[in-house]
Structure formats: structure tokens, C-alpha cells
Ligand binder design. Structure first.
Ligand code: FAD
Length: 397
């Protein structure tokens, strides 16, 4: 249709593919440009290869942004139920793992195949192994410089994602384009990422590598319950990844190693059973032995017979176990992060259409925008919802 504008989408990731399929199916001339060999590389790696494509409990409170209201409209207009319906229409089998997280039964490839089938039915064009280098405004649209030459387009949708997992070919071009059109960037940093520790503590805790326990972790007012995992570099696990989104350099995190136990009652029961037991033996009923040894070495716990434990000592023992305070010396950074916090400042975008307020033919969708979700399918849902908002605007305008 020659009357419809030519649309170019940068990024064949989650948001770019979905947006392309919606627009293609409405008859637009859509081209997706991506620097990789194959579309949807991050989707293929996601959710341990099974793609946690959404969450049953999508809520704006599970997203971080300088403007916490920005994501609401898009999430409402294309919700988790809408994406689930699409998945069902493609006969993709899925299951809920925990906390409302939905994963594919057969692997992440089924989501990529679904998106590509949707793109195919919209006759979307692809230009793979093509890197966008620069964008210039023209009188009627944009001129794009790419590694495969110049491209002219009426509408430009930036879906270039974040900076996490650099080996997947991430680039900061989205942020650069925003700035060149006077749209500021909220400072970016790695999110959903393990913590690293200062060397002495790291070496102590390295003995615990591979141990996972259910804990409650907190920083400031934010608290998450779930597994924490000791690694040879520091601490990881779902609860820690969640916490990393809220942590700033220099802040102390609080770990409750026994969130499900009433410790004073437990010690009374143990004293009644056998007051001669060593504390170490008693604690081994609750926590891995290696962890207890480590806490003793760190002088957080003193091992003595239970009957010698006085009230004051018991109180400080309980504090050590329920409020272990650690100050990480950093995170593992983009190399292992699942997302990038910060990004295109939402104050400069329309929350209904994802268009730049002063540049109505330019759109930003997905992770490049300053909207970051919790672990658990929230980031993909943002990719789907923001892509839908953008596509709906172009269809109706
Ligand atoms: P992306 O999917 O990252 O796509 C961006 C695309 O743009 C890429 O293909 C990139 O190559 C391309 N690009 C970048 N720069 C250029 C350029 N200059 N020229 C051309 N092309 C360019 N989220 C969940 O919700 N559930 C999960 O289970 C989950 N698991 C994850 C596991 C891992 C290991 C990682 C790293 C992330 C995971 N995420 C998960 C996060 C999720 O993958 C992202 O939030 C989501 O992919 C963002 O979609 P997007 O379309 O914005 O960007």
C-alpha cells in the first residue's frame, strides 16, 4: 500500500519482532534491522532456555522507572492475558513455575518461532547482520546510516534493548539516538545481577559455592524472599537478583537466613530435648553445616554447649542469623546482568504511544526505555506491551 508510511524498526528482539508483526499485518511496509545473524537471540537464552514470557501477576509495582506511572497504560492495553492468548493460539504448551512465572514447555524457540510466523503473515522484511550507526532527521522522516548502506524511512522505531550480555551484540545506539534528538537518558546500570564481595569475605564465602538456601533479603524498604546462592565470586540466586535492582553502590544488604523459623521457640525446644548439645549441632538442623562452619569462622557465631548460651548471647546469635549485614563491593556488571536499569527518559515519551513528544515519527519501545521489571517474566511483558502501544498508535494515526 503506497499510501501507508514506510516503517523501520531497529532490533529484532522481543519488542521489535512483536511490533513488526502487528504493523505488518495491518499492511504497513515494515523492515526490521538487526546486527545479529538470527532474530530473537535474547529470547532464546531467556529463562534458562525456556523463556519466562510473562507473569500472571503483572502490576506496575513490579517495575522500576523514574516515573512509576509511565508503564501503566501500555500494560493495561496489552496485558499478560493478551499475550497468553497469542501463545495459546499458536498451541505453545506452557506451565507456571512459581510466583506466577510462565515458561514454555518445549523451549524458548517456540516463542521466537511464533513471533517469526506472525511477522511472516505480515510480510515483514528483515535486514540481518546490519548495524545501525547513526540517524539524521530529514524533512519527511529519517536517514539511517548502517553497515550495509543508507536507508530512508518515514517512521523509526528504536527497539535496541539494553546493554546486558554484551556477547549478544548489544550496542548503546538507542541511547545515542535519544540524546541526538534532545531526549535525556536516565543513567544506566546493570540490573538483575549477582553481587560481588570484598576479597576477604569473598574468600571466606567461596567455601560455600553451590549452596542455595531460602532466605529473605532486604535493602532500604525493599524486601524479597526466595533462594540465595553462594558462588565463587559472591552471592546470586533469584532473591539477590531482585534486590540488585534496588541496590546502590555502598549500601548494606540485610539477609535473614531463617525467615520461616521462630528461633526463640526453637532454642527452648532444643534445650528441652538435650541441653548438652553443641550449638553447631543444633544449628545444623536448620542450615547447611558448611554455612554454620563459615559463620563460626567469621566470628558471627560462637560454638558452645546449648546450656551455656545465655540470654544475651542467644539474642546476638538470633541477630546474626536473621540480620546478617553485608556490603557488596559491586555487581558482576553487564556481563551477567539480565537487564539494564535506566534508559530513555519517560518524561519525553508519550505513555500511550511510546512516541517522542517533540519528534512524533520517532518511537522507543522495550528495554531501551527507562522501565525495568522484576525477575519473573516482567521484562518480556514490558517488551510486548510497549510494542503493542506503539503499533496501535501507528495503525490509528
Ligand atoms: P532485545 O530483545 O535485547 O533486542 C534488541 C535487539 O537490538 C538485539 O537483537 C540487538 O542485537 C539489536 N541491536 C542492538 N543494537 C543494534 C544496532 N546498533 N543495530 C542493529 N541492531 C541492534 N526477561 C523476562 O521477562 N523473562 C526471562 O525469562 C528473561 N530471561 C533473560 C535471560 C537472560 C540471559 C537475559 C540477558 C535477559 C533475560 N530477560 C528476561 C530480559 C529480556 O530478555 C529483555 O528484557 C528483553 O529481551 C528486552 O527486549 P527488547 O526488544 O527491548 O531488546
Amino acid at each position: 500500500n503506497t499510501h501507508l508510511p514506510k516503517i523501520t524498526i531497529i532490533g529484532a528482539g522481543a519488542s521489535g519482532l512483536f511490533c513488526a508483526s502487528l504493523l505488518g499485518q495491518q499492511g504497513f511496509d515494515v523492515t526490521v534491522i538487526d546486527n545479529g545473524k538470527k532474530p530473537g537471540r535474547k529470547i532464546l537464552m531467556s529463562g534458562g532456555g525456556y523463556c519466562n514470557f510473562t507473569n500472571l501477576n503483572i502490576d506496575s509495582q513490579h517495575y522500576l522507572s523514574q516515573n512509576p506511572h509511565f508503564c501503566k497504560s501500555a500494560l493495561k492495553r496489552f496485558s499478560q492475558w493478551d499475550f497468553i492468548e497469542l501463545v495459546q493460539r499458536h498451541d505453545i504448551a506452557y506451565h507456571e513455575k512459581e510466583l506466577g512465572q510462565l515458561f514454555c514447555n518445549e523451549g524458548a524457540q517456540s516463542i521466537v518461532a511464533m513471533l517469526l510466523a506472525e511477522c511472516q503473515s505480515g510480510q515483514v522484511n528483515f535486514s540481518m547482520q546490519t548495524e545501525l550507526l547513526d540517524v539524521f532527521a530529514t524533512s519527511s522522516g529519517f536517514k539511517l546510516t548502517t553497515t550495509k548502506g543508507m536507508i530512508y524511512t518515514d517512521k523509526l522505531i528504536i527497539a535496541t534493548g539494553g546493554l546486558s550480555m554484551p556477547k549478544l551484540g548489544t550496542t548503546p545506539i538507542g541511547y545515542k539516538i535519544a540524546e541526538s534528538f534532545s531526549v535525556p537518558i536516565v543513567p544506566v546500570r546493570a540490573g538483575l545481577v549477582p553481587f560481588t564481595l570484598q576479597p576477604t569475605l569473598r574468600d571466606h564465602l567461596a567455601k560455600l559455592t553451590g549452596i542455595a538456601i531460602e532466605a529473605e533479603v532486604a535493602v532500604k524498604q525493599q524486601c524479597f524472599k526466595g533462594n540465595i546462592l553462594f558462588t565463587h565470586r559472591g552471592i546470586s540466586g533469584p532473591a539477590i537478583l531482585q534486590l540488585s535492582n534496588y541496590w546502590q553502590m555502598g549500601e548494606t544488604i540485610h539477609i535473614n537466613l531463617l525467615p520461616n523459623i521462630d528461633l526463640p521457640t526453637f532454642f527452648i525446644e532444643q534445650r528441652d530435648q538435650a541441653a548438652n548439645q553443641q550449638l553447631k549441632t543444633v544449628l545444623a538442623k536448620l542450615l547447611p553445616k558448611r554455612l554454620i562452619d563459615c559463620l563460626i569462622q567469621l566470628q558471627m557465631i560462637v560454638d558452645l554447649p546449648l546450656k551455656q548460651l545465655n540470654i544475651k548471647q542467644q539474642q546476638s546469635l538470633i541477630t546474626a542469623l536473621t540480620d546478617w549485614q553485608i556490603t557488596p563491593n559491586g555487581t558482576e556488571g553487564y556481563r551477567t546482568a539480565e537487564v539494564t536499569l535506566g534508559g530513555v527518559d519517560t518524561n519525553y515519551l508519550s505513555s500511550k504511544t511510546m512516541a517522542v513528544k517533540n519528534e512524533p515519527n520517532l518511537y522507543f519501545i522495550g528495554e531501551v526505555v527507562d522501565v525495568t521489571g522484576w525477575l519473573g517474566g516482567y521484562n518480556f511483558q514490558w517488551a510486548w506491551s510497549s510494542a503493542f502501544a506503539c503499533a496501535s498508535e501507528l495503525v490509528t494515526s
